[in-house]
Design a protein around this ligand. Structure first.
Ligand SMILES: NC(=O)C1=CN([C@@H]2O[C@H](COP(=O)(O)OP(=O)(O)OC[C@H]3O[C@@H](n4cnc5c(N)ncnc54)[C@H](OP(=O)(O)O)[C@@H]3O)[C@@H](O)[C@H]2O)[C@@H](O)CC1
Ligand SMILES: Nc1ncnc2c1ncn2[C@@H]1O[C@H](COP(=O)(O)OP(=O)(O)O)[C@@H](O)[C@H]1O
Ligand SMILES: [Mg+2]
Length: 276
């Protein structure tokens, strides 16, 4: 297992080309946030916007539109239950995050089916939160896109049948291959399972144990992938900086709010930008 520490991330973040434009930095769709959990998809999309994603659209329950626009006017909005619009929107995207606050009811299952079927091979999808349960329970097919799962240990049990006391490196590698996906297994020191190697994150602390922290990570990962050369660089940099920011905040704060992490992303990224 490789260790994900300061050395890897140093100067990993690319400098923006002088004449680049928003289309160069990722077009992302966030799908989730039912009537009870709008905050989850708002945090996720905010994290992508603050990570530098070029264009962010949120597909959510209509009741969430004003809260979203108050928090991030940079994002666009569609009704996630309008399945035709949802399917046509997917076609314009580089990547999709689905699951934060999605719920698991029949409407959520329809949304999930629509998204997975509309994807094409040059796109990526991050499946998080409730979407993990739907993927497993509904026996959905692997989408025609790069698949990325971001389970916490409870969700990993749903995906792998291995509980927190049973999961282990070798069996996790085996399961990752069966899933044909990149797996970011979230825990105190999260592990990232790629096709050819496994990494362990070093920073992180218990001030992060608060609702919305994983929603925020999923948004950061998507935002980074949209701008980085490779999936590996984008994912590893996002996982590291998410917990690195939390460590800095935890020096003076008892609890680290996901929204506080989001606020600190742009300045922290600047500090790790490669000047060459
Ligand atoms: N503001 C909002 O809108 C927010 C919305 N949110 C949205 O809520 C949705 C559900 O997400 P969730 O993570 O709450 O799933 P949940 O069904 O409780 O977990 C499944 C099982 O896993 C277990 N488990 C969990 N963590 C574990 C661990 N580290 N290690 C071991 N076990 C662990 C857990 O066990 P338990 O805690 O019940 O003992 C349970 O049995 C999702 O869409 C998310 O985006 C939240 O993000 C909050 C803020
Ligand atoms: N004690 C801890 N130490 C380090 N990281 C933690 C700790 N508790 C939680 N985290 C991190 O917080 C995030 C929690 O994700 P998740 O449970 O999906 O949150 P939510 O669904 O509420 O957004 C993960 O990235 C996890 O690694
Ligand atoms: Mg979660």
């Amino acid at each position: 297992m490789k260790l994900l520490n300061e050395e890897y991330i140093k100067q990993a973040i690319p400098v923006r080309e002088k004449n680049s434009y928003k289309g160069n930095y990722g077009k992302l769709l966030f799908v989730g946030g039912n009537e009870q959990m709008g905050g989850a998809i708002i945090m996720s999309a905010s994290a992508a916007v603050y990570s530098g994603a070029g264009l962010v659209t949120v597909a959510s329950a209509p009741v969430n539109v004003h809260a979203l626009h108050t928090r991030i006017p940079e994002a666009m909005f569609i009704d996630m239950y309008d399945l035709d619009t949802l399917a046509s929107m997917i076609k314009k995207m580089d990547g999709v995050v689905i699951g934060p606050g999605l719920g698991r009811d029949d409407r959520a299952i329809d949304v999930m089916n629509t998204v997975l079927k509309a994807l094409t091979e040059d796109q990526f999808i991050i499946i998080d939160g409730d979407a993990i349960s739907i993927y497993v329970n509904e026996l959905l097919d692997h989408p025609d896109a790069q698949l990325i799962f971001t389970p916490h240990l409870g969700e990993w049990k749903t995906l792998s049948n291995m509980g927190p006391d049973k999961e282990n490196l070798q069996d996790n590698i085996q399961k990752q291959k069966e899933l044909n996906a990149i797996v970011i297994l979230k825990k105190g020191q999260s592990e990232i399972y790629f096709e050819d190697e496994v990494w362990q994150n070093i920073p992180g602390n218990p001030s992060m144990a608060t609702g919305g922290m994983g929603d925020t990570l999923a948004g950061m990962i998507s935002g980074f992938i949209g701008q980085f050369e490779t999936y590996k660089k984008g994912i590893l940099s996002a996982v590291f900086l998410h917990s690195k920011i939390a460590n800095t905040l935890a020096e003076t704060y008892y609890v680290t709010l996901p929204t506080a992490i989001i606020d600190h992303i742009p300045k922290t990224m600047k500090g790790y930008t490669n000047p060459n």
